[in-house]
Design a protein around this ligand. Structure first.
Ligand code: COI
Length: 357
């Protein structure tokens, strides 16, 4: 694929203190763009200075949210090089989301080529402080200037880059989670398995109410009986019962996380039994009460592996594991192994790494 390049004349100033990056607040010098229309398919791939779009207020994405996105990261190795973690899986999942949202399929290799070219240009933005990375946000939006409710005929695909630290302000410290029993995130036949903006917009109210109660996230239950564990919006969930790791099965209403899949594969390799199944919240409550639930954690690109220290289930609080502050043994081991591979400190036995530089 031919990619036109127009570089920024004057480079932006980079953050001076990488330990204070936060998540998704700073953006690099350039972005990758590609357009779609019926006549030309995906075309006009280019790398241009990062900056605002001029768009019609009638653009379909503003009204009916026909859009999808992905989340991935570039990591700085100790030798100064840069690498990606399972990037092809992200573009493959983007195409799954596209299919559900009636957005045309992408050529996944073209997307990866565009991303790699962009990273080579903005490589100095990949941070090197501990636990930092360059967060990558590929996105597609519907751009037809029309108000009819149907699939747009034109789209814009873009990739923006953001040097970031931990997703949670608390870093790797265990988070507290409110098991949501009022609102629901997704229902059977809906879009819960896709990465589409609406899934996140509709979660904000529940998140706000949970924050007011001093919880950092909500854990969604199924949309019909509000009884079976689904996901945390920003992460898939795992529960450790001794030598067994349990996670909700992919049922169509939760995101098929790439970190989730990596955690399953790593835990199996470490000798743990992994069960993907429908999990009744009462099973979690019982395990938390009698101590058989020894650890709980979430997994996600932004969240990595995030320990859960406390769960509120139907108005009652349950501390998971030894105490609310301590990170469980398997959680720590998975975090260390996963990040070890991502940052190139451990060998990539699974063939998950794509080197950029
Ligand atoms: C990611 O982990 O990449 C996501 O897209 C989750 C988002 C809430 C930051």
């Amino acid at each position: 694929m031919e990619i036109k390049v127009a570089l920024r004349q004057e480079r932006k100033e980079k953050p001076s203190d990488e330990s204070k990056l936060g998540f998704g607040k700073v953006f690099t010098d350039h972005m990758f763009l590609m357009s779609y229309d019926r006549e030309n398919g995906w075309h006009d791939a280019k790398i241009v200075p990062y900056g605002p779009f001029a768009m019609e207020p009638s653009s379909m994405v503003f009204h009916y949210s026909q859009s999808v996105f992905e989340g991935m990261k570039a990591y700085r190795r100790e030798d100064g090089g840069i690498q990606l973690f399972r990037p092809r899986d992200n573009f493959k999942r983007m195409n799954v989301s596209n299919q559900r949202l009636c957005i045309p399929q992408l050529n996944e290799e073209d997307c990866l080529q565009g991303l790699i070219e962009l990273l080579k240009i903005d490589k100095d933005w990949v941070p090197s402080a501990p636990n930092t990375s360059l967060y990558i946000r590929p996105t597609i939006i519907a751009t037809d200037a029309a108000l009819g409710v149907n699939a747009s005929n034109s789209y814009l695909f873009f990739i923006i880059l953001s040097p970031s630290g931990s997703y949670y302000a608390s870093g790797l410290k265990p988070v507290s989670i409110y098991v949501e029993d009022k609102y629901v995130r997704a229902v059977r036949g809906g879009v819960g398995f896709t990465k589409t903006g609406g899934n996140y917009a509709s979660s904000i109210l529940a998140g706000d109410e949970a924050h007011k109660r001093n919880f950092s996230q909500v854990l969604w239950l199924d949309g019909v009986e509000q009884r079976y564990v689904e996901e945390v919006g920003s992460m898939n969930m795992f529960f450790v019962f001794g030598k067994k790791l349990v996670t909700p099965a992919l049922n169509g209403s939760i995101l098929p996380g790439i970190t989730r899949d990596s955690v399953i594969k790593l835990a199996k390799k470490m000798g743990y039994e992994v069960e993907e199944k429908r999990i009744d919240i009462e099973e979690i409550r019982a395990g938390a009460k009698d101590g058989t639930l020894t650890e709980a954690f979430g997994s996600g690109t932004a969240a990595v592996v995030s320990p859960v220290g406390r769960l509120r289930i139907h108005d009652e609080d349950y501390v998971i594991g030894k105490d609310e502050e301590t990170i469980g043994e398997l959680t720590q081991k998975l975090y260390d192994t996963l990040t070890g591979i991502q940052y190139g400190r451990l060998s990539d036995d699974m063939n998950w790494i794509v080197k950029v530089d």
